[in-house]
Design a protein around this ligand. Structure first.
Ligand code: ATP
Ligand code: MG
Length: 374
């Protein structure tokens, strides 16, 4: 990865890119600006219909922006009177359904975009790329003779073979079953890193985005909501949407109490609370919602009542390495808590809830009259 402290020449730069399909519908992509470091894997994350595919198609050149500019490897490819067609952008594309040619073998599929080169060079590159994705032994098979995971790798190899500046992947793992998907997720990252290619990967799966990308861009209703490293998005979301969509955090209403904050889980000292956004002037606010990650809450069965807030377990989900509990506070407020599997509590158990000593809470503008958490 490129040293993030150095100034970089972006491999992809979008400036206020907007695409509106019809005048009576809101823009599918609205004033999106971002710059991407060479060699990075950027994930575009967001709910269905938020404009991820449209943004990818704008970068690839299958759509034209109404306003804004797109530059790839410092060349303006769209906007400001410029237009470079898709095949001249140095971009490789991996579609959700892979779009392999059924009548061509695996090696013919991979070599498809290399027609400009002499035959021996094509063969060498096809071999190299097949080795990169671990398909050396399947070159003579046809797409219907290989598994879904292998088809996905053929599609990736086909996109990588012409040495593109940028590979664009639209939900490349969504057609695979969950086991294959988890394995290929890591493999995909390793292949892209080994190839040294920059890539943009669209997904609506937050775990997928956080686990494989160097940076994640969260989209909402056509706009870019926040972009940063997975750690930054997880620890310091700047909007409630990102906090809910990316971290599935709890939100606990808090009222000003001197310089501190009063909540259903007791009084929280002001030095444990940070503003979620630089424009949020905490000292001036009488109430906020505090973001509380599920793993920052602790459940106890042996504390004196006065030391922690009492609650009742109403739900328990076994997640393999941990439990996700649903607990209801005496006030009726509900919270989700993750614990190790050592702590196995039956439904209806009376517990006490406290906040882990190391947890830093982020304050968001309070949502007045918001319905209690399900
Ligand atoms: N060719 C088109 N003509 C009209 N509207 C379109 C077209 N393509 C996309 N849209 C609309 O633009 C919006 C964004 O669509 P897009 O496919 O980019 O979403 P997405 O984030 O990829 O969603 P998903 O996760 O479901 O794939 C949607 O409201 C969609 O209906
Ligand atoms: Mg899509």
């Amino acid at each position: 990865m490129v040293d993030p402290s150095l100034p970089f020449v972006p491999i992809l730069k979008l400036d206020a890119v907007t695409r509106q399909f019809s005048p009576d519908a809101p823009p599918a992509v609205q004033a999106v600006s971002l710059a991407m470091q060479p060699g990075d894997l950027l994930s575009l994350l967001g709910p269905s219909g938020c404009g991820k595919t449209t943004l990818l198609r704008l970068i690839a050149g299958f759509e034209q922006p109404q306003t804004g500019t797109i530059a790839i490897a410092e060349q303006l490819v769209a906007g400001a009177g410029q237009w470079v067609p898709p095949e001249k952008r140095g971009v490789g594309m991996v579609f959700q359904d892979y779009a392999l040619f059924p009548h061509l073998t695996v090696s013919q599929n991979i070599g498809f975009g290399l027609t400009q080169k002499p035959n021996t060079l094509i063969q060498r590159r096809v071999k190299e790329t097949m080795a990169l994705v671990g398909l050396e032994h399947l070159g003579d098979r046809y797409p219907h003779q290989i598994s879904g995971g292998q088809q996905q790798r053929v599609a990736l190899a086909r996109a990588l073979a012409p040495h593109p500046f940028l590979v664009l992947l639209d939900e490349p793992l969504s057609n695979l079953d969950v086991q294959v998907r988890l394995r290929l997720r890591q493999e995909l990252r390793e292949i892209l890193k080994a190839a040294g290619t920059s890539a943009v990967l669209v997904t609506h799966d937050q775990e997928e985005a956080l686990s494989i990308a160097d940076r994640v861009a969260v989209m909402r209703q056509g706009s870019l909501e926040q972009m940063g490293t997975p750690e930054t998005l997880y620890r310091a979301p700047t909007s409630r949407f990102v906090a809910e969509f990316v971290t599935q955090a709890n939100f606990l209403p808090a009222q000003r109490f001197g310089s501190d904050w009063k909540t259903d889980l007791g009084v929280i000292a002001s030095d444990r609370v940070l503003a979620s956004h630089p424009q949020l002037d905490l000292p001036s606010l009488a109430s906020v919602d505090l973001m509380l990650r599920q793993e920052d809450l602790l459940l106890h069965t042996d504390l004196p009542e006065s030391h922690a807030c009492s609650a009742t377990v109403y739900d328990r989900q076994f997640l393999g390495r941990e439990y996700r509990y649903g607990v209801q506070l005496a006030s009726g407020y509900r919270l989700a808590v993750r614990t190790t599997v050592d702590l196995c509590l039956p439904i209806h158990t009376a517990v006490q809830v406290s906040i882990a000593g190391v947890a830093i809470l982020r304050a968001f503008p309070s949502v007045e009259g918001r319905a209690k958490r399900e």
